[in-house]
Design a protein around this ligand. Structure first.
Ligand SMILES: Cc1cc2nc3c(=O)[nH]c(=O)nc-3n(C[C@H](O)[C@H](O)[C@H](O)COP(=O)(O)O)c2cc1C
Length: 221
């Protein structure tokens, strides 16, 4: 059955973005927009689409949760042996995307991915709720086929018995964080008549002081 959405359109009129008044660092704007999204009670504003592409040149996209904004990039956690982990091992280039409908905003972040320090991953793993820790052990290898749900539930129950609530769950070696070190960030603010504002920051490390310099451009919508 086909569906037709060609009559569906909204006018975006909630904000604007001016190249002259954006901060010099995109991280300042990213933090400000994230705070505004939290303030506007966007549901899970840190949920982002993550696009990767392995050696087969076939892009894959899925949602992961942003867990940290650092001075150089953004961090999420996953299973290193998942399909995305395989992609990243073959090709470290990736893009992440946020879309916050309530604010009519999109943020597009591209860069290269690296595993974060194993001690930092372990520290975060140990902060997670006990049963989420158990769940990480069940999902190994994440993205591998499982015969049915019962198999998963039996493994979960067995691991809960092995690691009762008051006993620590070891951090799996196959699980941890990745940081996307940012090369470009595009901020998109919807405007009326499809005249949207798009400001893109690109990293230019050629600054004489050796510090990261960012240049901005306005893009056609
Ligand atoms: C709201 C939401 C949050 C998610 N957060 C994560 C996450 O932080 N890490 C993760 O590995 N998968 C997360 N997932 C599941 C992924 O979208 C995906 O199904 C899983 O990581 C396997 O992806 P892959 O087969 O491409 O490796 C989340 C899914 C949703 C819908």
């Amino acid at each position: 059955m086909s569906m037709d959405f060609t009559d569906q359109r909204l006018s975006y009129e909630k904000g604007q973005l001016d190249q002259q008044s954006v901060p010099a660092s995109p991280f300042e704007l990213l933090n400000a927009w994230m705070n505004e999204a939290i303030g506007a009670q966007v549901s899970e504003p840190y949920a982002m689409s993550l696009a990767t592409c392995g050696a087969d040149s076939k892009p894959s996209v899925r949602i992961v949760l942003l867990r940290e904004i650092t001075d150089t990039g953004i961090v999420f956690y996953t299973n290193y042996e998942s399909a995305k982990g395989q992609d990243i091992a073959e090709n470290p280039n990736a893009e992440a995307l946020f879309f916050w409908h309530q604010l009519e905003r999109q943020i597009r972040i591209s860069g290269s991915i690296d595993k974060i320090d194993a001690n930092k991953s372990a520290a975060y793993f140990q902060k997670r709720p006990h049963d989420s820790q158990v769940g990480a052990w069940v999902s190994q290898p994440q993205s591998g086929e499982v015969a049915n749900r019962t198999v998963m539930e039996q493994t979960f129950a067995q691991l809960q018995a092995d690691y009762p609530t008051d006993s620590p769950v070891p951090t799996p070696e196959f699980w941890g964080g990745y940081e996307i070190t940012v090369n470009e960030i595009e901020f998109w603010q919807g405007r009326a008549n499809r005249m949207h504002d798009r400001i893109i920051y690109s990293l230019d490390k050629s600054g004489s002081d050796g510090m990261a310099n960012w240049t901005t451009k306005r893009l056609l919508p």
